[in-house]
Design a protein around this ligand. Sequence first.
Ligand code: M6R
Length: 615
Amino acid sequence: MCGIIGYVGNKQAYPVLINGLYRLEYRGYDSAGVAIMNEEENELFLYKSQGKVSQLDAKITGKKTAGTIGIAHTRWATHGEPNDINAHPHSSQSGDLVIIHNGIIENYIPLKKELIGRGYSFKSDTDTEVLIQLIEDIQLNENLDLFEAVRSALNQVIGAYAILVFSRSNPDTLIAARKSSPLVIGKKMGEYFIASDPTPIVEYTKDVVYLNDEEIAIIKRNQDLRIKTIRNKDKTPYFEKLEMSLSALEKGGYDHFMLKEIFEQPHSVSNCMRGRLDPRKGSISLGGISDYLQKMTNADRILIIACGTSWHAGLVGEYLFEDLARIPVEVEYASEFRYRNPVISENDIVIVISQSGETADSLAAIKLAKSKGATIIGICNVVGSSISRASHAGSYTHAGPEIGVASTKAFTAQVTILTMMALLIGRKKGTITRSKYFQYIHELNQIPKKIKHVLKSNDDIWKIAENYKNTRNFLYLGRGYNFPVALEGALKLKEISYIHAEGYPAAEMKHGPIALIDEEMPVVVIATNKGTYEKVITNIMEVKARKGKIIAIITKGDETVKELADYYIEIPETEEFLVPLLATIPLQLLSYHMAILRGCNVDQPRNLAKSVTVE
Ligand code: M6R
């Protein structure tokens, strides 16, 4: 939610900032702004615009942008509607200080009242403007330098923040701080690049420092980076090397990131298994959790906590751990878990799944579970993210940067990790025999090839989308391992095409949703299950009896469902527990084509943001 970028160095700041905003736009895209200081002319250029970064870019074209220090922001609105005034950066009363902010200052109302009482006036409805006025007030009253004023202000605020601040009167220094919202600092010779994530930094430098919660960085041109805590304790900056390629951030010839990411799945699933799955030896090794494997194997129960698509992956995880490792699992929405006073003990294993590794609710759930002594295992895609760092151990999904707001390749990678964990633990516990283990590992290793095969149905799926593009409602049905697939298919459709869609366990349909079925209602049925195949056929018959239309995902060669369905998409045969890795792909493509045919912006759907860093 919100992308922030800053630059201080010896080159022109504007190209770094505007390119950075384009890279960060997936984090929020309702308005954007930039502030650049021209030291020679002692002039501050501040431009803001409602809408996308391209609108800001167009607004600035031909205007003055010279300067070697600046900050820029792309917004996902929380306080105040998305308009030019509420867009960041925000200035202090005197105009000397400028700020950009990602997060929420929860106690902004009493602070604002106090500041108004002291003569401050506010232009915007944002909590961020309150923070910059507070910093200025402290600076003036207590005669502090900018770092001390920021530090003092942050000790008064409640909430979440990643901020960048600079002063016109000291245009050599940027002050950065974070709590619960991410911030990373890249260094190259005498220049610094600061951003919400490494995507705008990687083209300039691979040497980065991730700020920790309640840390403040003092970033001066041509000087060493200094980091202190908000209690004023010195910290030594710990530089890491980024492992991210620039090409992973480009569309690579595809029309949209989402399509590219769907088509990357043979590769991303392989990447996720690389060095971990050895089909020749019949072994799995997950280095990141090796120290906790015994504890996981002995666990009386596992809690899986996540949001959105990652929650759906968690639901597949429930079936996997129960089926293969015979460990009871509870799958929790992070947002519910954190406020529910849940029963957690030191024996609990809590697996937290997150593509971004920054989701605020999931982070808060970790804090709660940790405070009760549980062991936290993180499954994240973004290396170095807050959730991965807050976990005791974990496995990265290695799917590569996911830019499309709708999660696709992250889901299949998450399910791949969960599958490897469940197999590993199942074998260790003895709930999977040696020969089955070999067989399962061999079949898991075939999945990337089989995904490639599924992707060949792209044109057929486009035809289905063409036929249903004006439909207003969709139902998705699946049983067993395919129930989470149905939920994920429905989420994908609604978030990018704005068609109302519901996912349901197929047999639950008769307890309510069946009332919705008429000749207008397409029902997507994932009809591949071996275990409940006949039952799913019964569900298809129930839909047909009420004139509903069937779009079926079937196992290759299944003539029975082919004849019953209005449309069908075939996927290759595989083990039942691996079906979600294949059956999800056509549903991703179906929602993609539906959205394109309806003229929607698939990579940046309305009201959404990639990384949900507010509750
Ligand atoms: O980064 P996370 O995996 O923690 O994000 C969780 C959800 O916000 C995310 O999956 C969201 O539901 C996606 N837009 C789904 O496509």
